[in-house]
Design a protein around this ligand. Structure first.
Ligand SMILES: [Zn+2]
Length: 198
């Protein structure tokens, strides 16, 4: 089906989103055209400001609109513990259960030998330099229980242990392959309370 260029372009943009096939992209494009001018304006503005105003915290790598992020800047947080997660969505999931009061380190990815992603390709170097000049005594690894999550946890543990830092991993309450982001609060709460030393 040949559409006028502006619609074809819009369909093309939508189809670049994850999980959106050409059929859904076409439906969304036609829906957008039917929206009010005001709603379309807001939508476009929100897309641009999300992209322009967000940055990564220079300390922990969390997505933020101010640097350092609100968590790193919060003097009341426990600075002896760092919880390592794959991305910012995991930080939100952890913050929601209000059980953890230390700092975070966001890897923005995982080591994935299968996909050729090594330690230098994720936000890991800054963790090492961060630990050198800090009072951190425990690092909790909270990567998902997937092959890549495990590979990343093993690597970090191997690097940090000789430095005399206690390295723990979230307990096995989380099912293999489960996403921390989608874990229910009770499961997450148990996982952090029953963490085990690596
Ligand atoms: Zn931060």
């Amino acid at each position: 089906m040949l559409y006028p260029t502006p619609i074809a372009k819009l369909i093309d943009s939508y189809s670049k989103l994850p999980g959106i096939g050409i059929k859904t992209a076409t439906r969304l494009a036609f829906y957008t055209i039917g929206m009010s001018d005001e709603d379309v304006n807001d939508f476009a503005k929100n897309l641009l400001s999300a992209k322009r105003e967000l940055t990564y915290c220079s300390q922990c790598g969390n997505l933020t609109d101010e640097d350092p992020c609100a968590i790193c800047a919060d003097e009341s947080r426990d600075r002896t513990t760092i919880l390592i997660v794959e991305d910012s969505r995991d930080v939100s999931a952890m913050e929601n259960i209000q059980e953890y009061h230390g700092l975070y380190h966001v890897l923005q990815g995982l080591i994935s030998p299968m996909n050729g992603i090594g330690p230098d390709d994720i936000n890991l170097k800054s963790l090492i330099s961060r630990l050198m000049e800090s009072d951190v005594t425990e690092v909790i690894i909270a990567t998902n229980a997937t092959a890549d999550g495990e590979a990343t946890a093993m690597y970090i543990s191997r690097v940090l242990k000789p430095a005399g830092i206690k390295v723990t991993r979230l307990a096995r309450g989380l099912a293999v392959g489960a996403d921390i982001e989608y874990a229910d609060e009770l499961t997450l709460l148990r996982a952090i309370q029953n963490r085990t030393e690596l």
